[in-house]
Design a protein around this ligand. Sequence first.
Ligand SMILES: *Cc1c(COP(=O)(O)O)cnc(C)c1O
Length: 331
Amino acid sequence: MTTPLVTLRDIEAARAVIAGHVTRTPVVPSPSLSQHCGGDVHLKLESLQPTGAFKLRGATNRLMALTAEERRRGVVTMSTGNHGRGVAYAAKRLGVPAVVCMSTLVPRTKVDAIRDLGADARIVGDSQDEAGVEAERCVAEDGMVMVSPFDDPAVIAGQGTIGLELLEDLPAVDLVLVPLSGGGLIGGIAVAVKALRPQARVVGVTMERGAAMYESLKAGHPVPVKEEPTLADSLGGGIGLDNRYTFALCRTLLDDVVLVSEEEIAEAMRHTFWQDRLVAEGGAVVGQAALLTGKVAAAGQTVACILSGRNVDMHQFVDIVTRPASGGAPS
Ligand SMILES: *Cc1c(COP(=O)(O)O)cnc(C)c1O
């Protein structure tokens, strides 16, 4: 069997489908990061989506493809929070019943937002994989339609629309830094970027704690990782041992994958808040962390960081950004 690929045309089609349902987000310069790393650094603000994260793109594209019969049966998903919120939002809009299965690791603020949208939010187990068992049960016993958070061509194409917008706004981009978990976000972006600007590098960044795609790429096949609490909670979870799309896309298209520590993520949250004046969740600033630590060199290059979401518990956020920064007092 050949690997079914997501193509630029799929992404262009997705863009037409989701237009009017999702926000075309701005790309803004980051003078402080540019100064820090000697490049020309920009942030694409997916945090401005109505659900606070990019996952609305893929969820909307997938749900718009449901048949009338599938809409009646309803959708089910497992999520670290942001995908569930995107599914719940799109489902509400289309009048489709939605069940979102999440583990105990998912922050309360994300669970509450999903309930507020009218979805049936279920807390099952201590990892996304355990929550996935309940989602599979809903498919097998209740006939619901599974909407994968990343391993679905329609989801990947939806996330890839970020790449199209980025290249319109920053046509000279040399390096795209993308938060990486299951690989739907970077997979879609990489398809678009490599098709339209092949010389640009696409680099995934993820946390040291439970780096599922990183370990899988290293092993040459999907491997299980233990899911641990992390500031980058939206990057938790495995890639699925039966992964069909994102592993192959990442293996083919990524130029590198870089890991950052919890303290480096916290520092990047502080930097993004005090210098760029933006609220971002831990999983959304790993690209900035890679630049701040020098783990990715950016001197002389035009760089884009995908700021993927802002759905952080605000008490935790305030606690992190008011801790003394290692780089001195905020200005
Ligand atoms: C899901 C998520 C990611 C990672 O996306 P994948 O498609 O799973 O790689 C990054 N940032 C945020 C905020 C997310 O919610």
